[in-house]
Design a protein. Structure first.
Length: 347
């Protein structure tokens, strides 16, 4: 959980990349190996090897995290739909039972005269499919109650349709809950693997790797925003500044914590603009702009559209990088961001 958005430039490529990312993030997680040293183990990895693995894990984390966001949104929408369908189900059931009782009462004598003893059971069954199966017989025996019998069949059809919709929605919710559990488990595995991979290095080597990773060279210290707020982009930037120092949490949309796309969505909502929840839908739905035309408030996408940050001017972005880090203001030319940049959009 979901709003339908018009697909624009890059949507097809985004779906392809997303499919590859999902397969990597969800299927391959269980097979990720961890560098290790010791008797009979592989040689001690180099810093470059570990850096490559950390970058790979970051990509997988972003992909799975965005899939978690998508499943969460879909679950929320499905639960809302289920509430609405249950109201309709209650109304349809009440209407069916009232019409059924009316037909049964007024037509009892006529049905008894025909000797059709099974009709009484049909007219007291709470299952609309039973009534529909015997529709021809009911119409044949209805006599002067022809209009009432037609209404009964109409009500039975309506109730059966709503019952099926309820079952489909409940089944969809169960599937989404299962997907959410799988996503959360995958994220936990990725985080544990990253920690184990870093642990294979010395402290100085770890610092070298982390200095080239997502969120490096950033500052989460609160900073006042003194720029303009007369435009929607300016309002979005002002909101992003106010979130500096708040923790990253996958699936979070504020106000106490955020993931990357949750921060982007909340910032633009504060400016009065609704945008999709996850990075893939944002990238597909929002107008793309040239890198040379980037302005404060624009959203910059990275790593196969699996990550998003906001450009805030003067060569800086504000980003919710990853688990264990806070919302930060970061130079946009920091190595990870420069190496994985995909493009920009303007809501």
């Amino acid at each position: 959980m979901v709003d339908t958005v018009s697909m624009r430039v890059g949507a097809g490529a985004s779906r392809l990349r997303r499919s590859v990312a999902i397969a990597t993030g969800l299927i391959a997680v269980g097979g990720l190996s961890v560098f290790a040293a010791g008797a009979g183990a592989a040689p001690q990895p180099t810093v470059d090897q570990v850096q490559a693995r950390i970058n790979q894990l970051t990509s997988q984390f972003d992909s799975v995290s965005e899939q978690l966001d998508q499943a969460s949104q879909q679950l929320s929408a499905a639960q809302s739909k289920l509430s609405q369908v249950r109201v309709r189900l209650s109304h349809a059931d009440a209407q069916f039972q009232a019409t059924q009782a009316n037909v049964a009462q007024t037509a009892a004598a006529a049905f008894e005269d025909t000797g059709a003893t099974s009709v009484a059971g049909v007219l007291t069954s709470g299952d609309p499919s039973v009534v529909l199966q015997q529709g021809s017989l009911l119409m044949e025996l209805s006599g002067s109650q022809n209009a009432e019998t037609r209404q009964l069949l109409t009500d039975a059809s309506q109730l059966a349709s709503v019952e099926q919709e309820t079952q489909r929605t409940e089944s969809g919710i169960a599937t989404l809950k299962s997907q959410l559990a799988a996503h959360k488990n995958s994220l936990g595995n990725l985080i544990a693997t990253e920690k184990a991979t870093l642990a294979s290095l010395t402290v100085p080597q770890q610092q070298t790797v982390q200095s080239n990773s997502i969120g490096a060279n950033g500052s989460s210290a609160p900073q006042p925003y003194s720029g303009p707020t007369s435009t929607q982009g300016g309002k979005a930037v002002a909101f992003a500044y106010a979130q500096l120092g708040k923790p990253y949490q996958w699936g979070a949309t504020g106000p106490g914590s955020y993931d990357c796309s949750g921060l982007a969505q909340a910032a633009w909502a504060a400016a009065g603009v609704a945008i999709p929840r996850d990075t893939y839908e944002q990238w597909a739905a929002l107008p793309h702009i040239a890198t040379s035309a980037i302005q404060p408030g624009d959203l910059l996408y990275y790593d196969g559209e699996g990550h998003v940050a906001m450009y805030v001017g003067d060569g800086y972005i504000i980003d919710a990088p990853q688990t264990g880090m806070n919302v930060q203001k970061i130079p946009m030319n920091t190595s990870w961001y420069a190496a994985t940049f995909d493009g920009a959009v303007r809501p």
